[in-house]
Write a new protein. Structure first.
Length: 267
């Protein structure tokens, strides 16, 4: 018979919504996790232009066989408006990267980027406690990473984002979560830190820019980039050439997949 065996009329549908969308890894990675658990579901990429979000996404959510959505750039902050209730991480961060339909028909949102980032470091055996950290980008993913990293109690967190209001909000959160952590705001630097983290979209797809002004990195730096496509971003390529230890965006994705699928399929 000319057919595939991983999708049928009873398959539950999940989507990942973004603009652009070709860089995402959720369709293959989260679908694989569903099938490893023998859950009949697939994740499909959904490209929605920024200006169409308010018109298109609420209508998508009316689909009877849609059980949830994942959100990527640039919708993690905007998507919170779609959720009736929020999980604990989303309540802190003010953004979501997942929304699910509950048994009562209401939609609940949560964000897993920060948890996935910290999990990626733990799987590498890299402790963030007492480390000096430069974090670039405080959008939906960056804010979640900021909160999760603060919960690890680093000695220093230097934050940079073009949105001053968001930056100051994250400063207050870090100070509340980890009072002993020194918090700085300013242009990104890498001369006095242990871990360099990029959570901005700079370097995604064909973007050849670096998220900070640097021609060389200290080989003792640990360098993380939240971008999943390409796997070797301009920042990670520079870091690799300088002998730094790398933590890739794909590892962050792997770090959150199990929790994301738990969220989608468990009560």
């Amino acid at each position: 018979m000319h057919q595939v065996n991983f999708i049928n009329g009873k398959t539950r549908v999940f989507g990942i919504v973004g603009d652009p969308i070709e860089q995402v890894r959720s369709p293959e990675m989260v679908t694989w996790e569903f099938h490893q658990r023998q859950h009949n579901a697939v994740v499909i990429p959904i490209h929605v232009a920024r200006e169409d979000f308010d018109d298109v996404v609420p209508d998508i959510m009316r689909m009877r066989n849609l059980d949830g959505l994942i959100f990527t750039i640039p919708f993690k902050v905007k998507a919170i408006e779609l959720a009736k209730t929020l999980g604990p991480q989303a309540s802190l961060v003010g953004a979501i990267n997942a929304i699910k339909r509950q048994s009562n028909g209401e939609w609940c949102g949560e964000i897993f980027d920060g948890l996935g980032c910290v999990e990626a470091f733990k799987r590498r055996g890299i402790a963030l406690k007492d480390k000096r950290i430069q974090l670039i980008g405080l959008g939906g993913a960056g804010s979640a990473i900021c909160v999760a990293v603060a919960q690890e109690h680093p000695s220093l967190m230097r934050l940079f984002d073009l949105n001053e209001q968001r930056t100051q909000q994250m400063v207050q959160w870090v100070r509340q979560i980890s009072p002993k952590t020194i918090v700085e705001v300013g242009l990104p630097r890498c001369d006095d830190i242990d871990v360099l983290m990029n959570a901005s979209p700079v370097g995604m797809l064909s973007d050849a820019r670096l998220p900070l002004a640097a021609e060389k990195l200290d080989k003792n730096l640990v360098v993380f980039d939240a971008i999943v496509m390409p796997e070797n971003t301009p920042l990670l390529t520079l870091a690799q050439d300088c002998g730094c230890e790398l933590v890739r965006g794909r590892e962050m994705m792997l770090g959150q997949i199990s929790r994301l699928v738990d969220y989608f399929i468990l009560p």
